[in-house]
Write a protein that binds this ligand. Structure first.
Ligand SMILES: [Zn+2]
Length: 263
């Protein structure tokens, strides 16, 4: 409970928001527990609750660090954010910030715990993809955004999918989410992603293929080498994912292998 630290949010998380998030993480975890399991990371990183205004400031700082040559399109207001550089006094720490004020504006009241869990797991997925000695891309360009965001959502979908499969008979404790509605939880997350910008939305396509299940692990291992090379291959990947709403398994594997992914 005290792992969420309120900075200046007028909306706090409810007990149900927190219990549901923990439940999805616990029941959605098929691996581990390993040092980089979401359940372990959740215990290790501070999660700050921030107001709409503070989130705007954090967003602006982050967007400034992005590729300034290209116009920034498709950037929506963040519901959450993971950063290596959260300033506490004069020190930079890794932290997650979430904005409950924005979260409650984005869904019906009964889906609030689901969206809260979705946002928190997505941000923890960024941290997970940062947990490797070579997980250092540096400057966040277009390629980074088309790799990092869909894969954070892919990890999120995997947790919700496992959660639904593992709990169809066990999870009955909250009135709003009966056994019958568990499937609705997964569908809600999928349709929320469907409404996100194109790079985030790519996750729903990637999720269709079992062969791409661990692609996030290949991405984090290859971030450093991809940040300095693979110009032609990065362009080929970007062209393919931007031009095709439906992703073909063999085509995407071919593009990812070109980027050094061992799939
Ligand atoms: Zn993200």
């Amino acid at each position: 409970m005290n792992k969420f630290i309120n900075i200046d949010s007028s909306v706090l998380l409810t007990e149900e928001d927190i219990a549901f998030t923990e439940k999805v993480i616990k029941c959605g975890e098929t691996e581990g527990p390993k040092f980089d399991s979401i359940s372990i990371l959740m215990d290790e990183i501070p999660i700050f609750l921030v107001s709409n205004i503070t989130m705007k400031k954090l967003e602006d700082t982050e967007k400034k660090e992005r590729d300034s040559e290209k116009p920034i399109t498709n950037i929506v207001d963040y519901l959450g954010l993971y950063t290596r550089n959260f300033k506490i006094l004069d020190t930079d720490i890794r932290a997650i910030a979430i904005c409950p004020e924005r979260i409650i504006r984005c869904c019906d009241a009964d889906k609030r715990p689901v969206l809260t869990a979705k946002v928190i797991i997505h941000e923890l997925a960024h941290l997970k993809m940062d947990m490797h000695p070579d997980a250092d891309y540096g400057y966040m360009d277009d390629f980074f955004r088309w790799m990092e965001e869909p894969l954070a959502n892919l990890i999120t979908l995997q947790y919700f999918d496992n959660f639904v499969k593992n709990t169809c008979f066990k999870y009955k404790s909250f009135s709003n989410f009966s056994e019958k509605d568990n499937n609705g939880v997964f569908e809600f997350v999928k349709s929320f992603i469907e409404g996100q910008p194109e790079n985030y939305k790519l996750a729903n396509e990637l999720f269709r293929y079992e062969s791409l299940k661990n692609s996030w692990d290949e991405w984090r291992k290859n971030k450093k080498s991809l940040s300095i090379g693979y110009i032609k291959e990065k362009t080929a990947y970007l062209n393919y994912v931007k031009e095709n709403k439906t992703i073909d398994e063999s085509f995407i594997i071919d593009k990812l292998k070109g980027l050094g992914f061992n799939l």
